[in-house]
Design a protein around this ligand. Structure first.
Ligand code: ATP
Ligand code: MG
Length: 417
């Protein structure tokens, strides 16, 4: 059965000659629009570099990928779905800008499409023939305003031809299938298999951020959210020593980052040993305040990475009041000394909302794998929920923070994933 499905897909995909990409918020950018378009094209080229295709270019308000019989469209679909900046995309067939040819090509590809789609639908719901594709609508678009027919006329003429030559009926309000006749400058594109992307802005257009990634559910989601806003994350993970020995988070963190690479491409991970600071914190800080000092030091270390990488801010998975270290009073103290802005895109989200995104982006199953994140001495039975900046700063004077940071930074080396 699986093989049969694959053959059907390949047969169905083979007829497509172009992939038409529509972008999201870039359309709102005024004079900066070309910059965003160039960034998106460059990201698409990098992401699909291993897929065989002829050419990628911009035409009108869209990006077009010219494909050929060797293009793995199935793989391309899986990749494009995850590239920030893409609103949606279609596999299309090109035709000369001639109404007779457009009519014939529309019906030809429609027949092929209906055959495979209806078979799929019938297999999924064996008795329910009502699910079959029965209605259509033609949606004409004209980038080339000089084309002899106006959009309503194209709709009427192609619609009439489809009506005569297939069993489909017209439904302009709620069609089962919307067929786009897109009159470009050089050729016409016919398409109807829409796939939604994740929207937002192309990665890199908002610069670089240092993203603090813990191995929990929240921080990978936060990193993804910043990708959608055009930022590239440089990842940092602070590796704790636990009562179980050196923690076993390496595989897990790398798995998480590899999943996040699907959205931002190749990624850098700094793994920072935290053992020295753990010892100092346990010796010098009362248990109720340890988590606060621990997190303040994380930002001091992250700042060194930001300097090195020319990153302009930090990302965390904080969500207001989710745990003791995220009460507003503690957040004030934890964020206070950071020299760059701390972006916490999950701050107003509920845990279930965060989990839904984690599931969608494929990080949830990795995040729930067991591992020992935090040294148990850092977790207090009764943690402070209303930290006072002055008290914390006074306690920190007993730790040689700058000296230890210098030592750690001198040995730090990123891994490319
Ligand atoms: P998460 O699910 O992301 O682990 P959390 O709800 O467990 O978050 P905390 O443990 O208080 O919350 O951590 C808050 C944020 O601090 C994390 O989202 C992450 O950005 C950062 N953080 C915590 N531990 C680490 C770590 N070991 N390395 C890097 N960043 C960390
Ligand atoms: Mg955590």
């Amino acid at each position: 059965m699986a093989l049969f499905m694959i053959i059907l897909f390949i047969k169905h995909f083979m007829q497509y000659t172009h992939t038409i990409i529509h972008y999201d918020e870039i359309t709102l950018k005024g004079g900066n629009r070309p910059l965003f378009e160039r960034a998106l094209i460059s990201n698409i080229k990098e992401f699909i570099s291993e897929i065989k295709c002829n050419n990628i270019y911009k035409e009108g308000g869209k990006i077009i990928i010219e494909t050929n019989k060797d293009t793995d469209l199935w793989k391309m679909k899986e990749i494009l779905k995850n590239i920030p900046g893409i609103s949606n995309f279609y596999f299309a067939v090109s035709e000369e800008k001639d109404l007779k040819k457009i009519n014939e090509k529309t019906v030809e590809i429609l027949r092929g499409y209906l055959k495979t789609e209806n078979k799929k639908i019938l297999r999924q719901a064996q008795d329910d023939r009502n699910n079959k594709i029965k209605t259509f609508k033609i949606e004409a678009r004209r980038a080339d305003k000089k084309f002899v027919l106006k959009s309503p006329e194209i709709n009427a003429r192609v619609g009439e031809y489809v009506l005569k030559n297939t069993k489909l009926k017209v439904d302009v309000h709620n069609p089962d299938i919307e067929i786009v006749i897109d009159i470009g400058y050089k050729q016409c594109f016919i398409y109807f298999t829409k796939t939604n992307g994740i929207g937002g802005l192309p990665v890199g257009t908002a610069g670089k951020l240092v993203s603090l990634i813990s191995g929990g559910i929240d921080s990978p989601v936060a990193s993804f959210m910043m990708n959608k806003r055009g930022a590239k994350n440089i990842f940092v993970h602070f590796k704790n020593k636990t009562i179980f020995g050196q923690n076993d988070s390496k595989d897990k963190i790398e798995k998480l980052i590899k999943q996040l690479c699907k959205f931002q491409g190749k990624s850098k991970l700094y793994t920072i040993p935290f053992e020295e600071f753990q010892k100092e914190i346990i010796t010098n800080i009362p248990s109720k305040d340890r988590m606060i000092v621990y997190r303040r030091i994380m930002f001091k270390l992250a700042e060194e990475i930001a300097k090195k990488e020319k990153a302009k801010g930090f990302v965390t998975g904080d969500s207001l009041s989710q745990v003791a270290s995220q009460t507003i009073d503690n957040i004030v103290v934890i964020y206070n000394d950071a020299k760059l802005p701390i972006l916490s895109p999950l701050i107003g989200m509920n845990k279930q909302e965060i989990i839904s995104i984690a599931e969608k982006i494929g990080t949830y199953d990795i995040s729930i794998l067991p591992y020992h994140d935090c040294c148990s001495f850092l977790i207090a039975k009764h943690p402070e929920t209303r930290a006072k900046l002055e008290t914390i700063q006074n306690q920190e004077k007993n730790i040689k923070i700058d000296i230890i940071i210098e030592e750690i930074i001198s040995k730090m080396k990123p891994k490319i994933l």
